[in-house]
Design a protein around this ligand. Structure first.
Ligand SMILES: [Zn+2]
Length: 366
């Protein structure tokens, strides 16, 4: 892999990842861009302890541009995008409208000890999986998917080493139903200056499990799923995908390396080599989940969220790298909305049994 670091016109960093070691990425960004200022702040909810990011400066961001103005396509024919090169394999750049940014100024609090406030000092990056506007992650070749994995790994190593960063979160939102504003296949990375609420709960659950059993929660739960594979969707030599026992979403799969590692930087070569075939197969199955009534034609694309869980830099010793992949689609034409019960109380009601979901995800194997 070749890595080329450059700067966009407004000073943001752009990093190209190429499979070809001889690739030259030296095109300059010719757009007259002014640097943007981030006024983001983080506030701690005194009632729950959860951090909330307040990024009130983001309202002017790009919203559903037409395909010929896509900011993630390569620059070509005089049309200048976020990527100055006329081609690329994988490109990562700092978001122009970040929720969290390195230079966010320290906010002035009101002095009330219940009102804990700090700068939204982190970093938000955009990961372009391919230069092909009409493709999706599932269309990538295994070699290209491997390059994305290597790019995620590189960003995890670099971002987690930045001062003040506690957790690096790589994810993909796919589909307009999820609220994706750009159709081009891409994901994002958030480098948080705090540990996210879901991870904080996992730290508490893992500590409790250790006290009770002496074992590691994630090793024990993966071993149990493999022993009784009723919810296992796909078992590779180095990775296992299963529907979690208490799945929250209609179709939800958790993908773990069989050997527990803290984050992407801990994966060895054999695990990296097997990841693309396992993950691409899961994504293809997601696109085959829903078919037209009376017909086997898949209703694609399936909207999904793919979320990498990585151990934070603080108190993350018991955690395990894994990917959580889920769709908000329940059935053809019906989405699962987070309504009163979920949004109001964080209490999920799932209309599909996890065992039936696992069965369906095995049926649609290629
Ligand atoms: Zn595009």
């Amino acid at each position: 892999m070749k890595r080329t670091v450059t700067k966009l016109a407004d000073g943001r960093e752009l990093i190209y990842f190429d499979r070809d070691e001889s690739a030259v990425r030296d095109s300059a960004d010719l757009r007259p861009l002014e640097p943007t200022a981030s006024l983001s702040e983080i506030r701690r909810d005194p009632a729950t302890g959860d951090w909330v990011t307040v990024a009130a400066h983001r309202q002017g961001r790009t919203y559903h541009p037409p395909a010929d103005e896509c900011p993630l396509c390569p620059s070509a024919d005089g049309r200048l995008s976020e990527i100055p090169a006329d081609a690329y394999d994988v490109a990562v750049f700092e978001n122009r409208f970040p929720s969290l940014a390195p230079g966010a100024p320290a906010p002035v609090g009101d002095g009330d000890p219940l009102h804990v406030i700090a700068a939204g000092a982190g970093r938000c990056e955009v990961v372009c999986f391919t230069a092909d506007h009409g493709a999706s992650f599932a269309d990538l070749t295994p070699a290209k998917a491997r390059l994305v994995l290597d790019a995620w790994t590189d960003r995890t190593a670099e971002l987690s080493a930045l001062p003040g960063i506690e957790q690096v979160y790589a994810f993909e939102n796919r589909g307009a139903e999820i609220g994706v504003t750009l159709a081009h296949p891409h994901g994002q990375i958030y480098a948080f200056p705090f540990t996210t609420p879901r991870t904080a709960k996992m730290i508490t659950a893992a500590a409790e499990h250790r006290r009770r059993t002496g074992g590691n929660l994630f090793e024990d739960l993966l071993a149990a799923e493999r022993r009784d594979p009723v919810r296992v969707v796909l078992a590779g030599e180095h990775w296992t995908a299963f529907v979690p026992f208490a799945a929250r979403w209609p179709y939800e799969v958790h993908l773990y390396p069989n050997r527990r590692v803290a984050d992407l930087t801990g994966l060895d070569e054999a695990e990296r080599a097997e990841f693309p075939e396992v993950y691409l197969e899961l994504l293809r199955r997601f696109d085959r989940l829903f078919t037209e009534p009376g017909d086997n034609t898949p209703v694609a694309p399936t909207p999904y969220i793919a979320a990498w869980h990585q151990a934070p830099t603080l108190h993350g010793e018991e955690l395990a790298l894994h990917l959580e992949l889920f769709t908000i689609r329940r059935t053809v034409g019906k989405l699962k909305f987070l309504a009163g019960v979920e949004s109001g109380m964080d209490a999920f009601v799932n209309d599909v049994s996890p065992e039936a979901a696992a069965q369906r995800l095995r049926e649609v194997a290629s």
